[in-house]
Structure formats: structure tokens, C-alpha cells
Design a protein around this ligand. Sequence first.
Ligand code: ATP
Length: 431
Amino acid sequence: MWICKFVAESLAKVRPIRDCLSTARGAVGGGSALTGSRITAVDQSSGHDGATRPKGSPVIEIDHVTKRFGDYVAVADADFSIASGEFFSMLGPSGCGKTTTLRMIAGFESPTDGAIRLEGADVSRVPPHKRNVNTVFQHYALFPHMSVWDNVAYGPRSKKLDKTEVKKRVDELLEIVRLTDFAERRPGQLSGGQQQRVALARALVNYPSALLLDEPLGALDLKLRHAMQFELKRIQREVGITFIYVTHDQEEALTMSDRIAVMNAGNVDQIGTPTEIYDRPSTVFVASFIGQANLWSGTQTGRANRDFVEVEVLGTTLKARPGDTTIEPGGHATLMVRPERVRVSTDAPAGDVATVRATVTDLTFQGPVVRLSLAAPDDSPIVAHVGPEQQLPLLRPGDQVHVCWAPEASLVLPAADIPTTEDLEEMLDDS
Ligand code: ATP
């Protein structure tokens, strides 16, 4: 029996994913370096599996790292590297192991197995204060009795840098975080967003090899969070320092990151650019955690031609884009189609498209799109996001329509339990 679930509603609060993706696309590839820092913009290339990888020597290498707490495996064989000048995010639900990974990079935890290298040197057993990385937490911990200028100057003064160098660095960082006019204020006289920018300037002023950020926007209200996402990305591009960012918020990760590691129950499920992860998720978990997705269980029956396979799904056989995992003919599989790729029409569609007859069950006006809920002949739910360009006639629940999509808009994923809307809500609530 076909199992089909639409896994999306709990994510509806998220800004349109395509906005985030276009921001991220625009963000990649550029930015000047902080004066005196040797960091340059990230240089990336496409690997044979399509995933973008950093070129050149990495700043951080996570070399087959496992972390156990007693019998519990918090991080299982993580193996990836992060390039110089990259904005790299670790994204996943609560308890997936992202903070533990960040803490191992910072030196607050040691790997049980494997090694962590910072600029080529094994730092697995090196204490935090001897690693050239800095961490920004949700709570800024600024010195309340000191001015903004003195807060930022604290690090270089502790390093006994000469006065001219301290002034040069502090003035430069305050300019970058746009707080020059607030230099004489105390932290208590600043807004939450301004305090967060002081914390950033303070963490960057010693020119670390990487800045580690653990949900740094968590304490801010939603509007300020949105504004700070753009600010953070701008600051990162200006200073050119590697940022490693931990979040459970897909919008934050998609908006700011050059690459994202999506983590699930201690495993890194996929690493890629925001576009790669959205267009070509490698697992059902990634497809359902990032954005909205129709996911239907079925069977891959064989190849249709060089580019496509055939999948028995929704009570019919459809041509579909194969994923990265090889599935033998007759093997269980999951078919994914994003709701904005589903077309709806009253006439039978022409051309090389995957087509299913469906009955309208519900319509919701959502501003830029109408969200159409439909039922396939085998009762599987289908969701379509229909924009004004489709010029749909007035539809009512009970109407019969044709839904279709281009075969390249679909993706075959390995079979897995498909999370329900309730599962996803729980995942987000826990985060
Ligand atoms: P969150 O977003 O809630 O912080 P996370 O993805 O960052 O989640 P981690 O903090 O890395 O998750 O924790 C991963 C798992 O390891 C969790 O189940 C957590 O309870 C467990 N864990 C973390 N630190 C310890 C510890 N010191 N002792 C025992 N278990 C721990």
C-alpha cells in the first residue's frame, strides 16, 4: 500500500524559501578581507557527486570525529572540512549533535575518536584558549561598566598590542558593525541588536582563524533576527573570516550560508550549498526539514531512459529524476516534488510531463500563492502552491483536475519513514 504524507505545514511560518535561496546565491563569492587578515573569499568547485566543496587548504578539518557521552553517540563519524572565508552552518533539530560538534571545534569537548585540525595542526587535545578560534553565544556577556570601545579593545589590550594597533583594530571593527557613533555608550544603553554587534566586534578584533556562533540570534525578536541575518552575512563578507554557525532555523541557514551541513540524530545527512540542499536533498529527512515537500512512498521499477527512472507511485507509473543513491529495480523508494513545481489544470496537460488525476480537497489563499490540497486516485494527498502565472479557473473542493510536473522537478530518494506534519511540529518545538 502506498503511504503518502505531505510534510510541510509546520514550516509555513518560514519566509518563502526562494527568497532565502536568492539571498544566499547573491551572498556567495565575494567580499574583501579584514585589514591585516590573510583570509580571502571562499573558492569553491563542484565535486563528482554535485556537492560543492571548498578548494585549497581548509581552515577546519573534522576527520572522522565521533563523540560519545557514556554509551550515547552524540556525533557519529562526522567527516568534512570548512574552507577559509566560508560561511558554514550546522543545521538540524534539537539534540542532533550540532552544538557538540561546535564545542569540539572550540575545544570545550574532545572527540572520542577521530581528529580536529585547525589550519593543518591537530588541536583535538588543545585547550580552548590556545586555539585561534572565538565563540559568540546567545548571551553576549559584555562588560557592563565599560564603554563599547573598551569592550572591543579588551582582547587586543590583553594581548598587549601597542596602542596604535589597538585603536586601528577597534575603530575598524566598530565601523564594520556600524557602531562608531555608539563607541562611548555602555552596553546597557544599547538595543539587543546593537549589543549583539558589539559582541561580534569583540570576537573578531583578534582576527581569529574562525568565528564560532552558537544560535547567536536566539535572544532577539523575530524582526530583529531577520535584520541581523543580513547584517551578519554582510559583516562576514567584509571581514572575510570563516564563520561556523549553529542553528535549528532553516531560514537563517539558507539566508546566510555558503554551505550547510544538515544533521540528524548525530549524523551529517548532507553537506551542500543552500540551492543543492533544496533542489537535490539526499534523504527524506533533509527534504522534509528544508522547505516544504510532497513525499510519496513507491517502487522504482527501472530506467525510463538515460536521464530518468520509472517509479510506481500515486497509483500510476511516473518518470522521475534519479537521486544520488542507487536503487535496484523493484526497490522501495520515495518520490519528492516541491509544491511550487506542481501545475494544476482542468484540461489534460500536453508534453513530456508526469500527470495524475486528482480531486481538490481544500484551497487556502496565502498571499503570493494559493495552497491547493488535492487527493490522488489512491487517496494520497498532493499539495500544490499555485501562483498567479497559472491563471487557474475558480476551483472548489470536489472539483476534478489534472496535476502535473516536469520529470526533472521530481527526485527519487531512498525509502524511509516519512515524517508526518505532527513529527515536524514536534521537531521544531523542541528546537
Ligand atoms: P540543541 O539545538 O537543543 O542545542 P544540538 O543539536 O546542539 O541541540 P547537542 O547539544 O550537540 O545537540 O547534543 C546532542 C546530544 O548529546 C543530546 O542528546 C544531548 O543531550 C547529548 N549531550 C550533550 N552534551 C552532553 C553531556 N555533557 N553529557 C551527556 N549527554 C550530552
